[in-house]
Design a binder for this molecule. Structure first.
Ligand code: BTN
Length: 261
């Protein structure tokens, strides 16, 4: 395995993504990982904050020096979602349909309590480009692991591995080892990321489709300017949406939400 060394573990930092980007500029090698128990300025996608109580969850960033074309960053970002999805599914002992990826890379779990999909992990991918090549990709991952008490306003949309394991077992289980979960995610990233960076999404496309939360679902953009039925992702990592007028749109950025038909 090429990921996980050097490994920097901090009790507190502003954002592990910022630590990794600083490391990238200072010449730290491919595979370095920064983990923190607390982030004082944890960031999510679309400029959101990523909040996590001290010591409960898994917050880390991985530095990848992929030297690929910038167009390969979105496919790599999808591969990262799959890597986290597979690690969460293994931790839960859950089947294919119960842990899924919502484009581009939110990981959702279908709760044994009520059958509702809720977000268990988020990924923030940031890259540095030099000329026609990617110099580095920083993959920042936040997985809700031990948290059982989520803020009231999040309980409808967010969950944790602990809550979902308890629900499956019918009572509280012993805590999962966050180190083992980290090792599993790193090994899954190792399996796919370099391949996707250099050869594209082809080999993982069927797995992406199998675990696609949006596939054949009615969706709308969070900005409200697009509605239709999601039809999977293309080989460039764009979300395909069949609009109500029959046209097929290819979405390369932004966020979609599921709508009831
Ligand atoms: C999202 O779903 O919006 C992405 C969340 C990414 C959060 C992780 S936690 C570790 C890393 N450091 C950050 O500041 N953000 C990412």
């Amino acid at each position: 395995m090429t990921l996980g060394a050097p490994l920097v573990i901090a009790s507190e930092t502003e954002s592990t993504n910022d630590d990794a980007k600083r490391g990238a500029r200072e010449g730290v090698p491919h595979g370095a990982v920064w983990v923190a128990e607390v982030q004082t300025s944890g960031r999510g996608r679309q400029g959101r904050a990523w909040l996590s109580p001290p010591g409960e969850n898994l917050l880390f960033s991985v530095l990848l020096r992929l030297r690929c074309a910038p167009a390969r960053v979105p496919p790599v970002s999808l591969a990262c979602g799959l890597a986290v999805r597979d690690a969460v599914a293994r931790a839960l002992g859950a089947g294919d349909a119960d842990v899924v990826v919502k484009w581009p890379n939110d990981v959702l779990v279908r709760s044994a309590r009520d059958g509702v999909l809720r977000k268990v992990a988020g990924i923030l991918v940031e890259s540095g480009i030099a000329g026609a090549k990617v110099e580095y990709v920083v993959v920042g991952i936040g997985i809700n692991v031990h948290t059982r008490a989520l803020p009231e306003e999040l309980t409808a949309i967010a969950t944790s591995i602990a809550l979902e394991r308890d629900a499956r077992a019918g009572g509280p289980l012993a805590a999962l080892d966050r180190g083992e979960l980290l090792a599993e995610v790193l090994s899954n990233l190792d399996r796919d990321v370099e391949h996707v960076a250099h050869k594209g999404l082809g080999l993982i496309h069927s797995r992406l489709t199998r675990h696609d939360a949006l596939f054949n679902q009615r969706v709308e953009s969070t900005e409200g300017d697009l509605q239709g039925i999601a039809r999977g992702v293309d080989l460039e990592g764009r979300l395909l949406v069949e609009c109500d007028d029959g046209s097929l749109k290819r979405i390369s950025s932004g966020e979609m939400r599921m709508r009831l038909a």
